[in-house]
Design a protein around this ligand. Structure first.
Ligand SMILES: [Zn+2]
Length: 155
């Protein structure tokens, strides 16, 4: 089930709410509303060299300093590279082939995920991308659905 809308310009304050959906990757994706329709990518910023890393990490991926702080990396980027996947991983339930995009965030880190809402022939390097939230069912009946992130063209 697709979760819309995704608004990258939304505020990123500290919401006091109990989400009804939860992030499948809490160290990489923070949900900004109860329904799990808006989210922001998480990362780490090094106090020593200033490098950003996607995801919250214990030490800088560039200089290995442990002086890192958690930061929000936003919900948009630029398509750096992509590939058309014709042989999906085991258990893949989506369409085949599909586009797997490598998106460069403004702060520098690259984030790889599926590109949706765009035919493969219209995908091109350099296009502006927005985060797109989707939902996957839990691993079993007792487990609630999780929100995952994908990319979609900004226009
Ligand atoms: Zn560093």
């Amino acid at each position: 089930m697709a979760l819309r809308p995704q608004n990258p310009a939304s505020g990123t304050g500290s919401p006091m709410f109990q989400p009804t959906r939860i992030s499948a990757s809490p160290s990489k994706l923070k949900l900004l509303d109860e329904a799990g329709t808006r989210g922001v990518l998480l990362g780490s910023r090094c106090s020593l060299c200033g490098s950003h890393t996607f995801g919250t990490v214990p030490s800088c991926q560039a200089c290995y300093s442990p002086e890192v702080e958690s930061v929000e990396l936003g919900a948009e980027g630029t398509l750096y590279s992509y590939t058309l996947v014709r042989t999906p991983p085991p258990g893949w339930q989506g369409d085949v082939p599909y586009v797997l995009g490598q998106v460069e965030l403004p702060q520098g880190p690259h984030v790889v995920s599926q590109v949706v809402d765009c035919p493969p022939e219209h995908v091109h390097i350099g296009m502006k991308m927005l985060l797109y939230l989707d939902e996957v069912p839990g691993a079993n009946d007792d487990e609630e659905a999780r929100v995952i992130f994908k990319w979609r063209p900004a226009s």
